[in-house]
Design a protein around this ligand. Structure first.
Ligand code: KG4
Ligand code: ZN
Length: 410
């Protein structure tokens, strides 16, 4: 009854969701309110357990989620003993994509909890969690917005049209950005996770010391590729070892050059995505009508423009392609999310780029860029807003998924 009252009165701000995240090597629980207030979030990181292997070992991860999840859940209950069962409206859980054994642990725990408390259990896509976090931390980010999602498993440029409506502009053909950081750190013998370690060493290095390839830079798509860059770093390391130059200075230089190259690649691809959005969605004023043709990069975009021009000439109508794009789809904000968004160097460069293009730059605070359960709770809140009947649906008929692209969320 309480749930129905909230639904009918649109009192989403008072919604309270308890969420569980266990898709990779972080075990996390959180309670978040519909207003965006993070009541609490607890994270247990398994980093140290995986460090010796230079990456996450799936079997070790799932076994440790089994141990850690009940522990941090009890810690949460003890710390926040004032929160009663009655105040929780729903349980949310990451049900994919991720390491399947790890996802299963979280899903089973959440289902058990939901059954015992007689609450709805909402399956959340982990990527949706990353994608929507900026709307929890920055209340005025409206749909649609442009998103660069850079994590350990993903590298994508998307237009977020709605909580469950994603348009992919481009993605990586091979490694994810975080994965490239982790692999380069492993090659250098620096440990896991690679991102924060490389960022630290890079502070003492020369970003121009080593020239590395920038796949796809200058191309007219929004795609990425990082495996060639990783191989180039591998070759530099082999050469340095051969010539006895593999010392601290070299390591710092590799870190700085690698990080800077990644930043340059991301900047180029982001500019391309902004241009692409200008044409497809009418992003504010980057492309004025008189020089629009010069800025239309892909064959498809040029063809669309020319077809439109011909149509206008034939029908003697307004000769501006952009005047015909509905303003309702204007994209004003650019968001970066996922673990790599915690990198201050990359974040700052992206922020300058995005500002120079006249767009607003938003990103969650560092602690909410890497995996956490608050983003899963918030995603569930957005899903409830989109479909209030989720609050009354008490079936536990969903499955953990290892693969679940954003194009398949609904
Ligand atoms: O989003 P996330 O916590 O987990 C996935 O969904 O994958 O991202 C983890 C990834 C790791 O590859 C890690 O090396 C990278 O994010 N990462 C960073 C930084 N902090 C974490 N990469 C670059 N710089 C950082 N400061
Ligand atoms: Zn993640």
């Amino acid at each position: 009854m309480y749930d129905e009252y909230k639904m009918t009165h649109n009192h989403y701000d008072t919604l309270t969701v308890l969420a569980i995240e266990s898709s990779c090597d972080e075990t996390a629980v959180a309670i978040v309110e519909g207003s965006g207030k993070v009541v609490c979030h607890e994270i247990y990181s398994q980093m140290e357990l995986h460090a010796a292997y230079g990456g996450v070992v799936p079997e070790i991860a799932s076994r440790n989620h089994l141990i850690a999840l009940p522990r941090i859940f009890h810690k949460l209950l003890k710390t926040y003993s004032t929160i009663t069962n009655k105040q929780i409206d729903a349980i949310a859980v990451t049900s994919g994509p991720g390491l399947i054994g790890s996802v299963i642990v979280g899903v089973m725990f959440a289902k058990g909890l939901a059954a015992a408390l007689n609450k709805p259990c909402i399956p959340v896509n982990h990527l949706v969690g990353h994608a929507l976090t900026v709307r929890m931390t920055h209340k005025d980010v409206d749909f649609p917005y442009l998103l660069l999602l850079v994590s350990g498993g993903h590298c994508q440029l998307l237009v977020v049209h709605g909580a469950l409506n994603y348009e992919t502009l481009g993605q990586t053909r091979d490694d994810a950005v975080g994965e490239a950081f982790d692999k380069v750190a492993k090659m250098l013998g620096l440990g896991y996770p690679g991102g924060p370690i490389i960022e630290e060493y890079a502070k003492n290095g020369d970003r121009y010391a080593i020239t590395l390839p920038k796949p796809f830079v200058g191309s007219d798509s929004c795609e990425f590729s990082f495996s060639g860059l990783k191989t180039a770093v591998y070759k530099q390391i082999a050469l340095a070892k051969q010539s006895h130059m593999f010392n601290q200075r070299f390591i710092n230089d590799v870190c700085a050059s690698f990080q800077h190259t990644i930043a340059e690649i991301l900047v180029d691809r982001v500019c391309m995505a902004i241009r692409c959005c200008s044409v497809k969605h009418g992003v504010n004023n980057f492309v004025s009508t008189h020089n629009a043709h010069d800025n239309l990069h892909t064959y498809h975009q040029r063809k669309q423009y020319n077809m439109h021009k011909t149509h206008c000439e034939l029908h003697n109508t307004e000769n501006s392609y952009f005047d015909h794009i509905p303003t309702a789809t204007m994209t004003k904000s650019f968001a970066v999310a996922g673990g790599v968004a915690a990198n201050t160097y990359i974040r700052d460069i992206l922020e300058n780029t995005v500002h120079s293009q006249g767009m607003r730059f938003v990103s969650p605070p560092h602690s909410l860029c890497t995996d956490n359960a608050a983003m899963i709770a918030w995603a569930a809140i957005e899903m409830i807003r989109h479909n209030p009947s989720l609050l009354t649906y008490k079936q536990l008929d969903f499955f953990p998924r290892s693969r679940w692209p954003l194009s398949e969320v609904k």
